[in-house]
Design a protein. Structure first.
Length: 348
């Protein structure tokens, strides 16, 4: 069947991590799920909305399991595959683990997409897995109304290296490893308003593996890690605050932005997911008087394959930032702090 090439984004009602259910909806769906307490070896389950499940196999080994998939946010099938794979593998790194294997998750409208485009999606995902040093060892595919691709990923780590989103301590510094604005960029792509340099910048960010998570997790002064994806910086910071029972303060001016993010946000290029995010958790966020609306949109902007949010001992924070920057994450910086108080997020 010879089908014309199509814009992948035209076949999807949403794209990237902007497809995720709003935090409030997800909480309702999981509200009556059975507790995982009877399973003593399950170190991390659904209790704190963490990035992956962790099962302790023995005194030296934990198994990390996660899955992540979404619809295209870009039209290039190879790039779509790369972004989706990078995003899926990130959850293992965010737990402090090393990925060892992946399984592909593929849903395609086979009557609308040429076979060669699907092959490019799979090739893009496989290329990222090769960079991570893992095989795509199998998977599952279905005929689906909208294009969907992602991975189920298995990783391992030592028990003492597991890093949860719930481990932040009062006094910790907050570090963010990547610039934000990916959702803003994806909204601009759909309207043909993202310049070529912006697309190059976005692909570089969204295909940069969060390998540094597995390295810094070995540092006893790194107390908590989570990756920033579909719920935006505020949403994932709130999960860390709730899990840790503390208040997180973020200095908005310290958060690094992608080059065109401010201009595009000021121009109204905001995703529907950003609005849904804010509606879901606004009551738990304290904003300063006069915060520009465009900046709030960036703080709730869904990040596809975003960076890591790290809580570390304050005395070591700048040293840890230098380690992260030297490892290839030039936008890494301290963006805030953790303190005693009601679980929530304050913007300074």
């Amino acid at each position: 069947m010879n089908l014309p090439k199509v814009r992948l984004t035209s076949l999807a009602h949403g794209g990237g991590c902007g497809c995720k259910l709003a935090p409030s909806v997800l909480q309702q769906l999981l509200a009556d799920q059975p507790a995982s307490l009877p399973y003593q070896q399950l170190l991390v389950g659904t209790e704190t909305a963490d990035d992956a499940a962790v099962w302790q196999q023995d005194e030296n080994t934990c198994i990390i399991a996660t899955t992540d998939f979404f619809m295209p946010m870009v039209d290039d099938p190879y790039d779509f595959g790369r972004i989706a794979a990078t995003n899926a593998i990130s959850d293992v790194y965010a737990m402090g683990g090393k990925p060892i294997m992946a399984l592909a998750i593929l849903g395609m409208p086979v009557d609308k997409i040429p076979t060669e485009m699907v092959r490019e999606i799979l090739k893009g995902g496989a290329s990222v897995c090769a960079t991570a040093g893992i095989p795509v060892a199998g998977g599952h595919s279905i005929d689906c109304p909208e294009p969907v691709y992602g991975l189920a990923v298995i990783g391992i780590c030592r028990p003492e290296h597991v890093r949860r989103n719930a481990g932040a301590r009062a006094g910790d510094a907050l570090i963010l490893t990547k610039a934000i604005g990916v959702g803003i960029y994806s909204a601009a792509i759909k309207k043909g308003e993202l310049p070529p340099s912006g697309y190059t910048e976005m692909i570089a960010s969204t295909t940069l593996l969060n390998k540094i998570g597995a390295e810094i997790a070995k540092d006893v002064d790194v107390h908590a890690i989570t990756d920033v994806t579909g719920f935006g910086l505020l949403g994932h910071a709130l999960e860390m605050a709730r899990g840790s029972g503390l208040t997180l303060t973020i200095n908005a001016d310290q958060v690094r932005l992608l080059e065109h993010a401010q201009r595009l946000a000021q121009g109204g290029f905001v995703t529907g997911a950003s609005h849904r995010n804010w509606a879901s958790y606004a009551e738990h966020i304290t904003l300063p008087a006069g915060l520009p609306e465009w900046r709030r949109h960036l703080l709730t902007d869904p990040q596809t394959s975003g960076g890591l949010l790290v809580a570390s001992a304050p005395a070591r924070a700048e040293e840890i930032v230098r380690t992260i920057v030297d490892a290839g994450y030039p936008h890494a910086c301290v963006i805030g702090r953790v303190s005693e108080g009601k679980p929530g997020v304050t913007i300074a």
